[in-house]
Design a protein around this ligand. Structure first.
Ligand SMILES: NC(=O)c1ccc[n+]([C@@H]2O[C@H](COP(=O)([O-])OP(=O)(O)OC[C@H]3O[C@@H](n4cnc5c(N)ncnc54)[C@H](O)[C@@H]3O)[C@@H](O)[C@H]2O)c1
Length: 319
């Protein structure tokens, strides 16, 4: 099986390619595409394609060897898509449309396509627990772009051009390495930085509730989606993934349990109205009924987010 990953140099793309190389899918080769040079995991033949997805030639280059499974992860993330309107639409919508359309034009080809969507497709006002059938009404350009891309995945799937599934990922926490330009980046930073003995900034109130999963859970979900019998999905190919509903306070308590009060002392509180406005437009809890019934899972305690990070990304910090 030939597998293509777009956004392969990103946080999730790297973890996904490594998991596939470890046998997470019966893949015989990987094509890794990104505008940046993606790292190649050992143990599997890898072809890298370093090209902006907005390049007119990109879809043909990526699809030349007819990958059986495509993970479409490349994206301009939330805060950047809000700051740079044209760039967000060019990558998150136009390049996605060009990729799907190029698949459509290839006869006798209908790959499995797993699209990394986001819970930013939903907008306020929210019930306390958001059911699967809650009407999406995004409150950010990023959310609008993800929702439009989901609609394209649904339509191309309905017409048999591809066999698509969109995963509405929770906020991934703890994100390893440097922060990207996602508005939600501080959730990871307030755990990751103190775990390493570094200071961190908290821009929202401690009572703020949000919905999380570890990057490891997200990779498991992507792999499950690649193998799923999509007949169970019907016309709506978008799934809200299970996640952990937790407040900032819950995260900080888990950090205290792990590292003691001195870790909490590294966090300074500087409320940021811009960040608060974006993250307040996202709900704190989802039912994720359909995905749970299909076997998707995630963490159930804040401490598990920390454990997943220490096991996978920072074993040198384990004690
Ligand atoms: N991390 C999260 O919390 C989260 C939550 C919900 C959804 N998602 C979605 O999951 C996917 C992966 O997220 P991530 O955290 O790995 O993001 P990331 O920013 O680490 O990776 C995105 C990758 O896309 C690449 N990219 C961006 N524009 C490109 C272009 N024009 N051409 C080619 N490559 C381009 C970047 O170079 C980067 O390597 C994204 O689609 C994101 O929207 C992530």
């Amino acid at each position: 099986m030939h597998v293509l990953i777009t956004g392969a140099a990103g946080m999730l793309g790297r973890k996904l390619s490594a998991a596939i190389a470890r046998g997470g899918l019966p893949a015989t080769r990987l094509t890794l595409a990104d505008q940046l040079d993606p790292p190649a995991p050992a143990g599997i033949p890898v072809r890298k394609i370093v090209v902006p997805l907005t390049d007119r030639q990109a879809p043909q280059l990526l699809l030349a060897d007819r990958p059986a499974v495509i993970f479409h992860l490349a994206a301009v993330v939330s805060a950047e898509a809000e700051a740079e309107f044209e760039k967000g639409y060019a990558v998150n919508l136009d390049a996605t449309r060009a990729l799907l359309d190029a698949i459509r034009r290839m006869s006798g080809y209908a790959p499995r396509l797993v699209f990394a969507s986001s819970l930013a497709v939903f907008g306020p006002p929210f019930p306390d627990l958001v059911p699967d059938e809650f009407a999406p009404n995004p409150a950010s350009s990023y959310g609008i772009q993800k929702l439009m891309a989901e609609a394209l995945v649904n339509d191309h799937s309905r017409r048999g051009h591809l066999d698509g599934i969109s995963l509405r990922l929770p906020t991934l926490c703890i994100r390893p390495g440097a922060a990207n330009r996602a508005a939600s980046g501080f959730f990871s930073a307030i755990l990751r930085e103190p775990l390493a003995g570094h200071p961190a900034n908290l821009p929202v109130a401690e009572s703020f509730r949000h919905y999380f999963a570890s990057p490891r859970s997200a990779v498991d979900a992507l792999l499950r989606a690649a193998r799923l019998d999509t007949a169970a999905l019907g016309q709506n190919r978008a799934l809200v993934l299970p996640g952990l509903s937790a407040t900032v306070h819950d995260l900080l308590e888990a950090l205290r349990d792990r590292q003691g009060a001195r870790a909490l002392a590294l966090i300074s509180r500087n409320p940021d109205p811009a960040i608060t406005a974006i993250v307040e437009s996202w709900p704190g809890a989802y039912a994720a009924t359909r995905a749970r019934a299909l076997g998707f899972t995630a963490e159930t305690r804040a401490s598990q987010l920390i454990d997943a990070y220490l096991e996978e990304d920072a074993p040198f910090l384990r004690r």
